[in-house]
Design a protein around this ligand. Structure first.
Ligand SMILES: [Zn+2]
Length: 496
């Protein structure tokens, strides 16, 4: 039997967000070990379901589950991981693999945008520590989110890097399949991975990175052309701009079967293309006031319904768009998430559905989220919510909120108060709390691109706005400390 160890350790770290991510936060999110780490019942499709599908096709391949940490319990996204959290969890992966030795390969389901105090390139470091245990004859391959921030340190320590090709992220399973096929064929001696890596030197906000739209569509189309010309897998990560790390910015990884020259040529070509498109990856977006005014005008002129993508509130308590919707007299709208645990618990303690209440919501985690907003409305939902996701993002996953409230503010205006950021990836989470989604002209969603997989089929227009937030489109408003000096458009080199 060929035995392939499988472990996950994934975090998209917003280093501009306020709360560090501790070991305690990870422990609170839960950890699955051994066989349990491979069980995806009720979790939808992922890299690991892709690994499993491929492994099941071989009589002589067995996947060995090591560890899968759950999502750490943090307010909003979670900032820097502590060195302790990283060392301990990586240690559990390494010890778990050591206990299962000998293994013939290692598949790691990572993210790529993890940021750790005192560890400049965490994913490469995980692979280095695993390498010490398995040695240089055992292939290590990784699957990554396209928000990964990586460079050649990762390609130097692994045999294969495979990155999501779609944003919204719909292809975790498919990328898992590509990685698992590659490692199994490599173990059997039928594939000789040759990998090239490039850094185009461009950093961009997530809101510009949708894979079905220019400019990233142009880049992904080029990747598919190289694959048609014999490249096994051409991966691009446009990167996560809100992790202030030395390997920030876009990266390109190309894997071929034994053809180094082809890998290098393709990686260079794709990297050059990203550089050519750099201005399209950094264009300005409207602020909340002008954005909401434009949306109300479009609705009046008959262009509706509209989704407002409030793309930079990673804490969940942001009020900038909600405040403008109220102030500018919008009707038939739903603000789908203002995270405010204190107000929510107060409602649950003192009130019931049908009560009319006056509450002051949002704007409590960080001043950048905007002022708290005072509203009076009738409680139309108060309690837990359960649903099975039917939209393209996470289809089939069973979802649960312990507590959520919806307030009816009159004139078909609604605001959802949630424990933490609750971005509906389809209409299901809104329907689950009794909202009549098709009656809305405007739905405000705190998301950048993922929501588009469903909501673009519902709305006439998807309208991103750029209010102040922890993850703005305009990266010049953030203070980076670790970026390469020449990265476009905000490295020292480009400062006027
Ligand atoms: Zn992502």
């Amino acid at each position: 039997m060929y035995r392939i160890a499988v472990a996950s350790f994934s975090h998209e770290t917003c280093t501009f967000c306020p709360n560090i991510t501790t070991l305690e936060a990870w422990e609170a999110g839960g950890m699955d070990y051994g066989e349990d780490a491979l069980d995806y019942t009720g979790r939808g499709r992922s890299y690991v379901t892709g690994y499993k599908e491929v492994a099941e096709g071989y009589d002589d391949v067995e996947l060995v589950g090591i560890l899968r940490p759950g999502r750490p319990r943090t307010v909003g996204m979670g900032s820097w991981l502590t060195t302790e959290a990283f060392d301990v969890i990586t240690g559990r992966i390494v010890d778990g693999i050591e206990a299962e030795m000998p293994v013939d390969g290692v598949l790691l389901a990572l993210h790529g945008a993890m940021a750790v105090s005192n560890v400049p390139r965490p994913e490469a470091e995980i692979c280095r520590r695993v390498r010490k245990v398995v040695g240089y004859d055992v292939p290590i391959m990784v699957t990554l989110d396209l928000h990964a921030c990586e460079d050649e340190e990762l390609s130097n320590i692994t045999e294969g890097v495979f990155i999501l090709k779609t944003y919204p992220h719909l292809d975790g399973h498919e990328i898992g399949v590509i990685a698992a096929k590659c490692i199994i064929e490599t173990i059997r001696g039928d594939f000789k991975p040759a990998m090239a890596c490039r850094k185009p030197g461009v950093i961009s906000a997530s809101v510009y990175q949708a894979s079905e739209y220019h400019p990233m569509k142009t880049v992904y189309d080029r990747c598919r052309e190289w694959e048609a010309k014999g490249v096994y897998c051409a991966s691009v990560a446009p990167g996560f701009a809100y992790a202030d790390v030395p390997d920030a910015g876009a990266s390109v990884f190309v894997v071929t079967n034994g053809d180094h020259a082809l890998a290098e040529e393709a990686a260079q070509d794709i990297s050059d293309l990203i550089r050519e498109l750099r201005e399209d990856l950094t264009r300005p977006l409207p602020k909340a006031k002008d954005g909401v005014a434009n949306v109300i005008k479009m609705v009046k002129e008959g262009t509706k319904p509209i989704v407002i993508a409030y793309h930079d509130d990673r804490l969940g308590d942001g009020t900038h768009v909600f405040k403008e919707l109220l102030k500018q007299g919008a009707t038939n709208f739903c603000t789908t998430s203002i995270a405010d645990t204190e107000v929510l618990n107060g409602l649950a303690r003192d009130h019931k559905v049908g009560d009319t209440v006056t509450v002051t919501i949002g704007g409590w985690v960080h001043p950048i989220s905007g002022e708290p907003v005072k509203v009076t409305g009738r409680i139309e939902w108060l309690g837990p919510a359960d649903w099975v996701e039917t939209g393209p993002m996470g289809r089939g996953a069973e979802r649960h909120d312990d507590l959520v409230a919806s307030l009816d503010l009159g004139d078909n205006r609604h605001v959802v108060v949630s424990e933490r950021l609750r971005a509906p990836m389809s209409s299901d989470p809104l329907k689950a709390i009794g909202l009549d989604v098709d009656s809305f002209d405007i739905v405000e969603i705190k998301s950048r691109v993922h929501h588009k997989a469903f909501w673009d089929t519902w709305s006439a227009v998807d309208y991103p706005v750029d209010p102040p937030g922890t993850t703005p489109a305009d990266l010049s408003t953030l203070e980076f400390k670790h970026l390469p000096w020449d990265i476009y458009p905000i490295g020292e080199k480009w400062k006027k």
